[in-house]
Write a protein of this length. Structure first.
Length: 310
């Protein structure tokens, strides 16, 4: 289970993809980015001039004023292969100079931090169902932090590589190094955030991305004999960390909450190897089907919420 998701109706998911597909390109047309991939060599060497170039204006469908600045653009992480990562940075809506900096990474692998983290989850701009307008998320994390959303690795969202083979050779180790290079480049573009308390957060496959990037930062700081990035901590939600314990935990939770029967739970433990579900036995697949039918339309993330059958 590389990505744990709630059992959304296929029609709902199709509508969601349509909304994001229509509106997100408009987002990108609205912002002042360098389509070819901006790096410090593409713009003035003055970082504050660069910030003016990548500062966003009013978004399509935004009929309200905001009290915070937000920026988007590219940072090149590998000149040779032409890998460049797209970011959307949202400053805190109150006293950003006193707030920490937080990097958000969605999982997947392959989920865009812009399409999901920004537009659906913790960002200030959420997409309305009509796909033509946005509204202000009153629970946005930029109320307590300056939030940096990053599409990673190359090939995810608006991040890209000019070397097509890169898309077939992505891995956790290279992703961590590319994310580190992104941060070092980003801090050059936004030097006022150097030394700021820095946190990394993510979900799902972020259970790999987040701690591995944290480790890369610690090692980089040690190698340079100075705290180049002032990492204070990290957090992951619904993290994919270890297949066995993750899978065992899912079914223990379902059983203990009465979402699956005692017999189904017994059969899951009898026929399924929790080390991996990539090549499950036929017997295990049959029991998984039974478990899914017993779960029905219940949202495993909010089991007491009325089921969505739209």
């Amino acid at each position: 289970m590389a990505q744990k998701t709630s059992p959304r109706n296929s029609k709902e998911m199709s509508n969601l993809r349509g909304v994001l597909g229509r509106l997100l390109p408009a987002f990108i047309l609205a912002v002042n980015i360098c389509v070819g991939g901006c790096s410090s060599s593409d713009l003035s060497l003055d970082p504050f001039t660069q910030q003016k170039v990548v500062k966003n204006g009013r978004l399509p469908g935004q009929n309200f004023d905001i009290a915070f600045a937000h920026y988007s653009g590219y940072i090149t992480v590998n000149e040779k292969s032409g890998r460049a990562f797209f970011y959307w940075f949202v400053e805190s809506d109150e006293n950003p100079s006193s707030k920490p900096l937080l990097l958000w990474l969605n999982g997947g692998p392959g989920c865009s931090s812009i399409a999901y983290g920004m537009a659906e989850e913790i960002g200030p701009f959420h997409v309305r169902k009509d796909g033509k307008s946005v509204y202000l998320n009153r629970h946005s994390w930029n109320k307590v932090a300056n939030v940096l959303f990053l599409d990673s690795p190359a090939g995810v969202g608006f991040s890209y590589s000019n070397t097509s083979s890169d898309l077939h050779t992505n891995g956790d180790k290279r992703t961590a190094q590319d994310n580190l290079k992104f941060l070092l480049g980003w801090f050059e573009q936004f030097p006022q955030y150097k030394g700021r308390d820095f946190y990394i957060a993510g979900e799902s496959y972020g259970g790999h991305y987040v701690p591995q990037l944290s480790q890369a930062i610690v090692r980089h700081n040690s190698a340079t004999n100075k705290k180049t990035i002032n990492l204070k901590g990290y957090m992951v939600g619904n993290a994919l960390t270890d297949d066995f314990h993750d899978h065992v935990g899912v079914f223990e939770f379902m059983w203990s909450a009465g979402l699956i029967s005692d017999e189904t739970y017994r059969l899951l433990n009898l026929f399924c190897s929790f080390d991996s579900f990539v090549h499950s036995s036929k017997a295990c697949e049959n029991v998984l089907d039974i478990a899914n039918k017993e779960l029905g339309d219940i949202d495993p993330y909010s089991i007491y919420t009325p089921a969505c059958t739209v």
